[in-house]
Design a protein. Structure first.
Length: 398
């Protein structure tokens, strides 16, 4: 289970916002506020606007009367300042609203590798937080030593190496989005320097990689990558994105068939691609292949969809339902969701545990998983309306 970051965003956050003038510290009737006075207000705003730091940044601290730190939520900063003013507290505002000015308007990016590894900190040894496939649009918030803090379409925040993305200003990003897209639909393959599958490669490819169509040649498409490289891909291995999106049907049968295409993939903490998946990366990939984008982690996915009644057993479950596992709230400790799998019928579920595998809830079955049965928490049914993004109607890559 990955538990700590492919409408683009349904609305990118503005870079800055205006706020009411702050009171003159000399003339203000309120006494200067110590950090202990400001801190509860800061925490209240954090809980309101950014309760999950994986998808929203509100890193604000107090140092005496001085507010420091940063946020990518202009509305949160505005709410905090107005709250402090209403409470009659004086303060000094030194909160930076992202994106940082040093990006020089290049606040968008597109993934240029078959699979980009996004990490929890700006360094290669850091934890793998999530992955993003070629063509995935990103929002860029700041940079540090050749790394960029980005936000994926599912709003996950993580750091990516500069070599994995193409930075773009708004005009360049818009031009990329408007290009006719091809989606790679094989689990794994290659793009070639010439229309010859025996020749040199330009890049490897995985399911979900997105390229711009340049022209069609015999048996191949000539494509453009986000960083401007040209390559050729075998025509049977790609599909026009608009056609692919229009044919997505997240039915029970399709979800099960898709999930079995991933059988045997290795478990990879932070993985969300055919190069490896963790438990929530697996369910996320299955639903993506059927046109729906789910939240990144199991502890986020558990809040999606409708609860299925499992008080008296698993007879109410339908193929495609998500099963969540972990520890129940006990002795003052909160519930912990640490694993997720997908029901496929016949008392069986498929999940990434060591590798993508099928196990049974039936104690008499040879593939019974007693440990997962013992820590089962609940099941949820995901409708298109319960997903973060329905790719059949959203303009994520357009």
């Amino acid at each position: 289970m990955k538990n700590i970051i492919p409408v683009l965003f349904l609305g990118f956050l503005a870079a800055c916002t205006s706020s009411k003038p702050l009171p003159d510290p000399v003339q203000a009737k309120a006494t200067e506020a110590p950090a202990t006075t400001l801190a509860p207000h800061v925490e209240a705003i954090r809980q309101q606007f950014a309760p999950d730091k994986r998808v929203a940044l509100f890193d604000v601290k107090t140092n005496g009367p001085v507010l420091t730190g940063e946020t990518n939520l202009p509305a949160a900063k505005t709410a905090l300042l107005e709250r402090l003013q209403a409470a009659g507290l004086s303060f000094q505002d030194s909160i930076q609203v992202l994106p940082e000015a040093g990006l020089n308007d290049k606040t968008f990016a597109v993934v240029t590798l078959s699979v980009a590894n996004l990490r929890s900190e700006p360094k290669h040894p850091a934890e793998l937080a999530t992955q993003a496939t070629m063509g995935t649009p990103l929002r860029v918030w700041k940079q540090k030593s050749g790394w960029y803090l980005v936000q994926t379409p599912d709003k996950y925040l993580a750091w990516v190496d500069a070599s994995a993305i193409k930075l773009m200003d708004n005009a360049t990003f818009t031009a990329w989005q408007q290009g006719e897209k091809l989606l790679y639909t094989n689990p794994y393959g290659f793009a070639y320097a010439t229309p010859n599958a025996q020749g040199a490669t330009v890049s490897d490819l995985v399911y979900g990689d997105m390229m711009v169509l340049k022209k069609q040649t015999k048996g191949f498409y000539e494509v453009s990558f986000p960083d401007g490289r040209s390559a050729f891909v075998s025509a049977p291995e790609v599909q026009k994105y608009t056609d692919w999106a229009a044919t997505r049907r997240p039915t029970e049968q399709n979800l099960v068939e898709t999930s079995k295409r991933l059988l045997g993939l290795p478990y990879l903490w932070g993985g969300t691609s055919f190069k490896g998946v963790d438990c929530s990366g697996f369910t996320k990939t299955v639903y993506f292949m059927n046109g729906l984008v789910l939240p990144r982690d199991a502890s986020q996915q558990v809040h999606s969809g409708d609860l299925v009644d499992t008080k008296d057993g698993f007879q109410n479950l339908r193929p495609g339902d998500l099963l969540f596992f972990g520890s129940q709230a006990k002795d003052g400790k909160p519930e912990r969701v640490v694993h997720v799998g997908m029901w496929i019928g016949n008392n069986e579920f498929i999940h990434s545990a060591g590798r993508v595998r099928i196990n049974s809830m039936d104690p008499a079955a040879p593939n019974h998983d007693a440990s997962e049965l013992n820590r089962f928490l609940r099941a949820k049914r995901i409708s298109p309306q319960a997903s973060l993004i329905d790719l059949r109607t959203a303009s994520l890559f357009q």
